[in-house]
Design a protein around this ligand. Structure first.
Ligand SMILES: NC(=O)c1ccc[n+]([C@@H]2O[C@H](COP(=O)([O-])OP(=O)(O)OC[C@H]3O[C@@H](n4cnc5c(N)ncnc54)[C@H](O)[C@@H]3O)[C@@H](O)[C@H]2O)c1
Length: 259
């Protein structure tokens, strides 16, 4: 039978990593508004509490868990908490990420390891834990990986470690999609361009203006992206409208890669 609205996702339960601010919070807000229960997870406890209080109006329910995604037990802890709060897990959004700007010629091994541990290993093991739960439930699921246009093309000098991690996300996305397809778990990525978030804001207004001017010149649609530009695509990928898409990466960059 055809459903009236292929974008309907209410009643599902989700985990979003790095959900205290930026793109992760934007996705959490869209999900909660759409009636999805959301476990917001983040390393930053205070920001997490503030995010949860801003989403408490529902209709989706919210819960929070402080977790460092780079720790080995992060995936299992998040899944356990989500199931304890909402009874099941249908959608995982792997969003937590760090983007220190350090040229490779000045890079220290500890920072390189951290970028890979947060952006790639954390995402992979959260996916493993989520997929195990989805397989146990026996009704499929969705994993949405936040990659980057840097998964495809470097955007500037200083992001070699980040670009390596996000290139890894693009390939993990395909490989894991292949592995879990028999369980009807769909794995897709979103590759954002320049999105205005807490993490991309410079320390001063002057920095912000300069960075933004440079970015805007290179964006055919003439504006920086907002977290909601990514959140709406996450809703699509979580919904029945995307039932036959897996292993894909959707670029959401205002045309940036065209230039
Ligand atoms: N903003 C952009 O222009 C842009 C572009 C391409 C890709 N992305 C990707 O989107 C994602 C979100 O970016 P953003 O701009 O919203 O960043 P942000 O810095 O504004 O927010 C990231 C969130 O992740 C959390 N976090 C950081 N390390 C963590 C850890 N170890 N464990 C758990 N949580 C952790 C932070 O506390 C924060 O709440 C990242 O994966 C980033 O690489 C962003």
């Amino acid at each position: 039978m055809m459903t009236n609205n292929p974008f309907e996702i209410s009643g599902k339960s989700s985990i979003i990593t790095g959900a205290a601010m930026g793109i992760g919070f934007g996705i959490a807000r869209r999900f909660v508004e759409a009636g999805v229960n959301v476990l917001l997870t983040d390393i930053h406890q205070q920001a997490l509490e503030s995010a949860v209080s801003r989403l408490s109006q529902g209709p989706g329910k919210v819960a929070a868990l402080q977790v460092d995604i780079s720790r080995d037990d992060a995936g299992d802890r998040m899944v356990e908490k989500c199931v304890a709060e909402f009874g099941s897990l249908d959608i995982l959004v792997n969003n937590a990420g760090i983007f220190p700007t350090v040229p490779m010629l000045e890079m220290e091994p500890a920072l390189f390891d951290k970028v890979i541990a947060v952006n790639l290993k954390g995402l992979a093991y959260a996916s493993k834990a989520a997929a195990a739960q989805m397989i146990k439930q026996g009704r499929g699921g969705r994993i949405i990986n936040i990659a980057s246009i840097d998964s495809i093309h470097p955007s500037m000098v200083g992001l070699a470690a980040y670009d390596a991690s996000k290139g890894g996300v693009a390939m993990f996305n395909k490989s894991f999609a292949l592995e879990v397809a028999p369980h009807n778990i769909l794995v897709n990525a979103i590759a954002p361009g320049a999105i205005t978030t807490e993490g991309t804001a410079g320390p001063t207004q002057e920095d912000r203006t300069q960075v933004m001017d440079e970015f805007l010149e290179r964006i055919p649609l003439g504006r920086a992206g907002e977290p909601d530009d990514i959140a709406k695509v996450a809703v699509f990928l979580a919904s029945s409208a995307a039932d036959y898409i897996t292993g894909e990466m959707i670029v959401v960059d205002g045309g940036r890669l065209l230039k």
